[in-house]
Design a protein around this ligand. Structure first.
Ligand code: C2E
Ligand code: CMP
Ligand code: CA
Ligand code: CA
Length: 398
C-alpha cells in the first residue's frame, strides 16, 4: 500500500467498501467524502466528511471489517494514517480511554447494523479485549478507592532513618507513604503510586503528605542528636512540580509551623524534567527559598547527564538497584563509583539507598559515601516507632 504524504482521488471514486479488511485510516486534506451503507442496492448516507476529518479508523482499532463504505464527492486529497501510526498511539493511551473508545465503536457499529436491518451479535468474543476491559475496570475501581482513602485520611507517611555512615548518627529520614486501610492493612506504594501519579489525585495526596511530614518534623527533630540539622526527605512527583500552587502551599505550611526550609529535602526523579521550563523554574524557586533538592533513581530510567547539570540539586541518591548488585556485578560497582565521582564533582551530598548487608555498608563507607539508609538499619516505620528508634540510637551512642 502507498504510504506517501497524500493521495489524490477524482470525484466519485470508491475508497473502500463495507465488509472489506481495513488496512489504514485517512485524513481529508482537501475535498470531501461520503460515508454510506448500501441497503437493497440503495445508498444510505451516513455522513459527509470534509477537511481535517478522519475516517477508516474503526476497523483498525477494533480489528473488524470496514463498518461502512466511502467514496469521494469531489476531487479529494487524503493523507494515509498507517495502522502502526494509529495503533502505537492507541496502545500508549490510558486503558480507561481505550475502553471508552471501544464502547463508542461498538455503539456505532450497532447503529449501522440496525440501519441495515441486521441485528448485530453481542461484541465478538475476544480474550485480549476482555482482559483489557477487566484491567480498565480494576483501574477505575482502584482510583475510586484511592479518592476515598484520600478523603478518609488513610495515607500516612512512615519514616526510614538516614544515617551518617561514619558516625552512625541519624541525620534525617525519608518519608515513605503507606496506605492504612480501614481494616488496618498496610498497603505499600508499589500497589497504588503509579495510578496516583497518573491522575490529578497526586496533587491532593502530595499536599496531604507534605502537611503531615511538616507537621511531624518538630517531633522528629526533638529526638534527634542535632535538631537544627535533622532533615525530612519528601518524595515529590513530577506533576506536583508543575502545579502552579506547589511552592505557595509548601511555603504556607512551612511558615505556619516555623520550620527552616534547609531541613526539608524534596526528593525528585529525572521524570520531573518532563515538566519542562515550568518544573525547572519551580525547582530553582525552591532552592532559592532554601529547600534541599535530592535526585532519586538517577540512572535507572532515561537519564540525561544534562539534567544533573541543569537542576539546582544538593543531593544525589545512589539507587537501591545499583547498591544491591554492586558486590556481585562489576558493572554495577562501576556505576556506583561513577555516580559517587560525579556527585562529588558537582558538589552534591551522596545518600546510598537499600543497604541490606554489612558488606554493602563497608564498601559504601570505603568509597566515601556520607549517608545511607536501608533494611540493615531499619525499614520505614510510623512516627512513634521512629522516635523510639532515634532515642535508642542516641543512648547506644552515649
Ligand atoms: P524510592 O523513593 O526509591 O524509595 C525507596 C524504596 O526502597 C522504598 O520503598 C523503601 O521502603 C525501599 N527500601 C529502602 N531500603 C530498602 C532495603 O534495604 N531493601 C529493600 N528491599 N527495599 C528498601 P517503598 O516505601 O515501597 O516506596 C516505593 C516508591 O514509592 C518510592 O521509591 C517512591 O518512588 C514512591 N513513594 C513512596 N512514598 C511516596 C510519596 O510520598 N510520594 C510519592 N510521589 N512517591 C512516593
Ligand atoms: P472503518 O470501519 O474502518 O471504515 C468505515 C468508516 O466510516 C469507519 O471506519 C468510520 O471512520 C466511518 N463511519 C462508520 N460508521 C459511521 C457513522 N455512522 N457515522 C460517521 N462515520 C462512520
Ligand atoms: Ca525516594
Ligand atoms: Ca530510589
Amino acid at each position: 500500500m502507498y504510504n506517501g504524504p497524500s493521495r489524490q482521488f477524482p470525484a466519485d471514486h470508491v475508497i473502500f467498501s463495507a465488509g472489506e479488511v481495513g488496512d489504514c485510516a485517512y485524513l481529508v486534506e482537501r475535498g470531501s467524502v461520503l460515508i454510506y451503507l448500501t441497503k437493497d442496492e440503495t445508498e444510505v448516507p451516513l455522513k459527509v466528511l470534509g477537511e481535517g476529518e478522519v475516517f477508516g479508523e474503526m476497523s483498525i482499532i477494533d480489528g473488524s471489517a470496514r463498518s461502512a463504505s466511502c467514496r469521494t464527492l469531489s476531487n479529494t486529497s487524503l493523507v494515509v494514517v498507517t495502522r502502526e501510526q494509529l495503533l502505537d498511539r492507541i496502545n500508549a493511551a490510558d486503558p480507561v480511554v481505550r475502553l471508552l473508545m471501544r464502547a463508542l465503536l461498538e455503539r456505532l457499529r450497532w447503529q449501522n447494523d440496525s440501519l441495515m436491518g441486521r441485528t448485530s451479535d453481542a461484541s465478538p468474543q475476544n480474550d485480549a479485549l476482555e482482559k483489557e476491559k477487566r484491567e480498565a475496570l480494576k483501574r477505575i475501581e482502584l482510583e475510586n478507592r484511592i479518592a476515598n482513602a484520600l478523603k478518609n485520611d488513610e495515607f500516612i507517611p512512615f519514616y526510614q532513618p538516614i544515617y551518617d555512615l561514619k558516625t552512625y548518627e541519624i541525620k534525617g529520614c525519608e518519608a515513605l507513604v503507606r496506605w492504612i486501610s480501614p481494616e488496618g492493612d498496610i498497603i505499600p506504594p508499589m500497589l497504588f503510586i503509579d495510578i496516583l501519579e497518573q491522575s490529578t489525585l497526586v496533587l491532593r495526596s502530595g499536599r496531604q503528605i507534605i502537611e503531615k511530614c511538616l507537621g511531624d518534623l518538630h517531633e522528629l527533630m526533638s529526638v534527634s542528636e542535632n535538631p537544627s540539622e535533622f532533615f525530612v526527605s519528601i518524595n515529590i512527583s513530577g506533576r506536583q512540580f508543575i502545579d502552579p500552587d506547589f511552592t505557595t502551599h509548601l511555603e504556607t505550611q512551612r511558615k505556619k509551623l516555623s520550620l527552616p526550609a534547609k531541613q526539608i529535602k524534596l526528593e525528585l526523579t529525572e521524570r520531573v524534567m518532563l515538566g519542562g521550563p515550568e518544573a525547572l523554574a519551580t525547582l530553582q524557586k525552591c532552592r532559592q527559598l532554601g529547600y534541599q533538592l535530592a535526585i532519586d533513581d538517577f540512572g535507572t530510567g532515561f537519564s540525561s547527564l544534562q539534567y544533573l547539570a541543569s537542576m539546582p540539586l544538593t543531593d544525589l541518591k545512589i539507587d537501591r538497584s545499583f547498591v544491591m548488585k554492586m558486590l556481585k556485578h562489576d558493572k554495577s560497582l562501576s556505576i556506583v563509583k561513577s555516580l559517587i565521582h560525579m556527585g562529588r564533582l558537582l558538589g552534591m551530598k551522596l545518600i546510598a539507598e537499600g543497604i541490606e548487608t554489612d558488606e554493602e555498608l563497608a564498601l559504601l563507607r570505603k568509597l566515601g559515601v556520607q549517608m545511607g539508609q536501608g533494611y540493615l538499619f531499619s525499614k520505614a516505620v510510623p512516627l512513634a516507632e521512629f522516635k523510639q528508634l532515634a532515642a535508642q540510637s542516641r543512648s547506644d551512642a552515649a
